[in-house]
Design a binder for this molecule. Structure first.
Ligand SMILES: Cc1ncc(COP(=O)(O)O)c(C=O)c1O
Length: 956
């Protein structure tokens, strides 16, 4: 036989690994859709007037080539021992946690636990986190993570404003808070008209403020008792917030014991690498009566249909979608995966282990201070935990250089001091090197003497719950982590067809570099020359994102989509101010917008004017024009989503942008749906002035069970000078060029959660320009295939002029309501079929929004369609009176193993209930609980681990 060469490229990442359907499958799908080619489908879907004219052209890399390139770039970073502190610490990630959580798709590919029945594992881990935070801070209620310490402080400030009885407009900030915390607080306060007073705690005049934040250990190390200041605040009906450190609290008197109302901080040093700034989970805890004002997500305990204990997200009625511009905050995606890691760090070490780590850090610091003092150095403060500063006068540069020579980064403070912060990784050798940098040879012996007064010693117990007292053999730990992840449905089991969430493949090669020490161990404020690799990656990613979006500059600082919205609106506001138009304060937002849009507008003090939707789902142009005209000179911006949240490329988008510009407003295009546009449409070229990109959707960062994410913003050139700056680094990178910055930061770190930018960069590099464009085309094909196959069974709401949907489609389930079948019934029944439900009741109540993404194969999509058609048949049986909705498998869904083995008294066969079409027989996913009772959970709010008895199962 003659040899015929093949043109199959096994190393083509885009087409062989990332994009699900094979060419043959695509051909079959196009036939069902009713088009000759993918080109034809795209032409029928995307209006010609908005199509991108220049293709994305960079060449793709294979996975092994990517990893080789990443190694080369990693080599350009220099990992030193950073003793800079300022909220970021060296830590030892237990390898079992790194491998079984951070590097395990069962954990990192999960979605936010809105569907509690398929999320009991991560909900338990997050409840452990809340319990850990509540215990260590001595306050009864904690949330399940915030974006970073600085934004948590800003959230606490606005929470204080909402809840304080004092009517004062000032907010006091202890000058011992970290500089980035103070800067983010200032950014947040400015548009809200809050006067920020930064001073020493002794200077507090409690009558002038609605709240105050103090920090211990302070940024320069101070350990203080704030009981007196807190009492003064309470006498003035103001709220007391304390920023603190969980490890220090293993030895120090806790904020609750000082009377604090709210505590915040970062849990980074509980096993989460610094990653050049993130991601890490911030925490917040508070007094019980403030819990309903707490931002972010709170995990609570409820019961399921059988009365068994079940976890769920509590108080969801405070969520943005319901309260919109009156929402508590705009926090949506947070830091779930990192909170899970931190909670496991506590489970792994237990209270004794944590205390031993705290003592080791503390006694190393006292040892260092003793040596420095003995050599005649002026060391401050008198009371400290892990941080001291040394007065070095004109010798500052010399000491910093000597330290660098020893492989150490110390903190430069002003012109005559250096700061030293020790951590879990500090050993004898590090102490020797630090002292050598000061010209001192040798270290004094270890002594267990405290570096703070006796009355600051913690007197209460913590982490008493049995989960923190498990046998800590790795076998047990590994099995606990496995047990929890087995309870959950993540992308490693089935497609997650969540509209507007873009749950695409998070490829192994994209994930691998983030745990390499060259990327993981960098301090965000390390000298810039030590981070050359990071800067190469970040500026190339920024350049690629500019090319993709048609914008001129990118800020890589916002660490979630909503944070990007907030940053983008601030940028618009600063621009207006600079033009002498600071009075412009109206923001037009379509009624269908994601709830974070109005919540973000409210955070920058804009007035939200809601624009109607036309019957076809588009923005109602007439209403838009009228409201823009009415706003006139006061129009600041409009916030639209493209393609719309209804999953359609609206023909009128250019007109909407033109109207806004004619009235002097700026156009914010929410880029959450960018997966329908990459390579085909550029928001910056169709009229947008600014957009955020959810890198955790379109650009392959995994969702982590509710975060991390990154929400960089792209802007047109005229807005670039108004992007967020940062006290440590100045301006952002704008198209590779540094811009001088005057605006304040929105995140604690200059590049937000920098380490996960590497995932998006790897994705762009492996896909290449053509691969990214093909991914968009296939995402549109997959959505149109689902719409075509399901149209006969479920009405598909909203389509373009030529009958096409974009990258998602909305299935209408409202017609079934008259027979008693709810959208909830369908969502829960899908769990029996082995699927996560699509997005429920948004943007239209009573509908399901399905987004398959390009990563799903035809076989998986067909399995999903089979499931939905089988559910439709069950609905039909209800419609035709064969069974009532109450008695049907729809209402009893999801079915558990307990249902399977119990006496079968249902009105439908056991087989139908437990093994509906689409479900695997051998690999069947069994939800650990039945349908969760939401009302019970909110009425009886419990946000920390329930008592021992309820853990009987876990112990078996
Ligand atoms: C349209 C839209 N805008 C904004 C957001 C907010 O993004 P994030 O969750 O990253 O804050 C989302 C998130 O789902 C979204 O779908």
């Amino acid at each position: 036989m003659t040899y015929t060469p093949t043109d199959y490229n096994p190393y083509d990442f885009a087409n062989r690994r990332h994009i699900g359907p094979s060419p043959a499958e695509m051909a079959a799908m196009l036939q069902v859709v009713g088009v000759e080619s993918l080109d034809q489908l795209i032409d029928e879907t995307i209006p010609a007037a908005i199509r991108q004219d220049t293709p994305l052209t960079w060449a793709p890399l294979a996975e092994h080539e990517l990893l080789a390139k990443m190694r080369e770039v990693a080599g350009k970073n220099r990992v030193m021992t950073s003793l800079i502190g300022q909220g970021y610490f060296g830590t030892v990630t237990p390898p079992a946690i790194q491998r079984n959580i951070l590097e395990n798709p069962a954990w990192y590919t999960a979605y936010t636990p809105y569907q509690p029945e398929i999320a009991q594992g991560r909900l338990e881990a997050l409840l452990n986190y809340q319990t850990m935070v509540a215990d260590l801070t001595g306050l009864p209620v904690a949330n399940a993570s915030l974006l970073d310490e600085a934004t948590a402080a800003a959230e606490a400030m606005t929470m204080a404003e909402r809840t304080a009885k004092s009517k004062a407009r000032g907010f006091f900030v202890d000058r011992g808070c970290h500089p980035q915390t103070i800067a983010v607080i200032r950014t947040r306060a400015l548009p809200l008209g809050i006067e920020v007073i930064v001073s020493a705690p002794e200077a507090l005049d409690a009558t002038q403020v609605f709240g105050a934040i103090f920090q211990y250990p302070g940024t320069y190390g101070h350990v203080r008792d704030f009981t007196a200041e807190i009492a003064a605040l309470h006498a003035a009906k103001a709220i007391a917030i304390v920023a603190t450190d969980l490890l220090a609290l293993c030895m120090l008197k806790e904020p609750g014991a000082m009377g604090a109302d709210i505590a915040i901080g970062s849990s980074q040093r509980f096993g989460v690498p610094m990653g050049y700034g993130g991601p890490h989970a911030a925490f917040m805890s508070c007094r019980d009566d403030l819990k309903r004002a707490m931002p972010g997500r709170i995990v609570g305990v409820s019961i399921d249909a059988r009365g068994n204990k079940a976890y769920r997200l509590a108080l969801q009625t405070r969520e943005q979608h319901i309260r919109r511009e009156k929402a508590t905050s705009n926090v949506c995606t947070a830091q779930a995966l990192l909170a899970v890691m931190a909670s496991f760090y506590a489970v792994f070490h237990g209270p004794l282990g944590l205390r031993a780590i705290a003592e080791r850090v503390h006694f190393s610091t006292t040892r260092l201070a003793r040596a420095l003092k003995a050599a005649g150095a002026k060391v401050a403060p008198d009371a400290f935990f892990d941080t001291i500063t040394v007065e070095v006068g004109v010798g500052q540069a010399g000491i910093l250089a000597a330290a660098r020579h020893e492989g150490l980064n110390l903190r430069k403070i002003g012109t005559d001091r250096v700061g030293i912060t020790l951590d879990e990784t500090t050993d004898e050798q590090v102490l020797i090197r630090v002292l050598r940098a000061f010209g001192i040879e040798g270290v004094p012996p270890h002594r267990a003497t405290l570096g703070f007064p006796e009355d600051m010693v913690r007197e209460t117990e913590y982490l008493t719950h049995p989960v923190f007292h498990m046998n800590r053999a790795e076998s047990e730990m590994m099995r606990y982590m496995r047990r929890l992840s087995d309870r959950d449905l993540a992308l490693d089991r089935a497609m997650i067809p969540l509209g507007s969430c873009t749950m695409k493949l998070n490829a192994a090669a994209e994930m691998m570099p983030i745990t390499w020490p060259e990327f993981a161990a960098l301090h965000p404020f390390a000298p810039v020359e030590q981070a050359a690799g990071y800067h190469e990656a970040i500026s190339d990613l920024a350049a690629k994102l500019c090319e993709i979006t048609g914008y001129d500059a990118m800020s890589m600082q916002p660490n979630s989509g909503a944070q990007g919205e907030y940053a983008g609106l601030l940028t618009i506001q600063a621009y207006h101010r600079a033009q002498g138009n600071g009075h412009r304060d109206i923001c037009l937002i379509p009624v269908s917008a994601h709830g974070t849009n109005p919540a973000s507008a409210q955070m920058v003090g804009m007035k939200v004017v809601v624009v109607k939707s036309a019957p076809n789902g588009d923005v109602d142009l007439e209403d838009f024009a009228a409201k823009a005209a009415a706003a006139g000179d006061n129009l600041a911006a409009c916030m639209i989503t493209y393609p719309s949240t209804h999953g359609v490329f609206e023909e009128t988008v250019r007109e909407v942008c033109d109207i806004t510009h004619r009235h002097g407003g700026q156009v914010y295009i929410d880029g959450a749906n960018m997966n329908a546009m990459v390579g085909l449409v550029q928001p910056g070229k169709i009229g947008g002035d600014v957009s955020h990109l959810n890198l955790h959707k379109t650009f392959a960062i995994p969702h982590g069970g509710g975060g991390p994410g990154m929400g960089p913003i792209g802007v047109k050139a005229h807005l670039a000078p108004y992007l967020p700056g940062h006290p440590e680094t100045g301006g952002p990178s704008a198209g590779g060029q540094r811009v001088d910055m005057t605006e304040g930061p929105v995140s604690a770190a200059p590049y937000g959660s920098a380490s996960i930018l590497l995932i998006s960069w790897a994705y762009c590099l492996m896909m290449g320009g053509a691969g990214l464009t093909q991914a968009t085309r296939v995402a549109i094909l997959n959505a149109n295939y689902i719409a075509a196959r399901l149209r006969g069974a479920y009405p598909v709401l909203f389509m373009g002029n030529r009958g096409r949907v974009a990258h998602e489609c909305i299935l209408d389930t409202r017609p079934f309501a008259e027979h008693g079948v709810t959208v909830d019934d369908i969502a829960k029944r899908l769990i029996d079929n082995g699927f996560h439900a699509p997005t429920m009741s948004w943007p239209v109540a009573g509908t399901l929004m399905v987004e398959p993404t390009e990563s799903e194969t035809k076989a998986e999509i067909d399995r999903f369609i089979t499931a939905l058609l089988a559910i439709r048949a069950e609905i039909k049986a209800v419609e035709e009176g064969e069974i009532t909705a109450e008695a049907s498998p729809l209402r009893h869904a999801p079915h558990t193993v307990e249902d399977l083995v119990a006496d079968w008294t249902r009105a439908y066969p056991r087989e139908q209930g437990c093994f509906p079409p689409g479900a695997f027989r051998v690999d069947k996913y069994w939800p650990p609980v039945g349908r969760v009772d939401n009302v019970h959970g909110d009425r009886n709010l419990i946000c920390i681990c329930p008592p021992l008895e309820s853990y009987a199962d876990a112990a078996e």
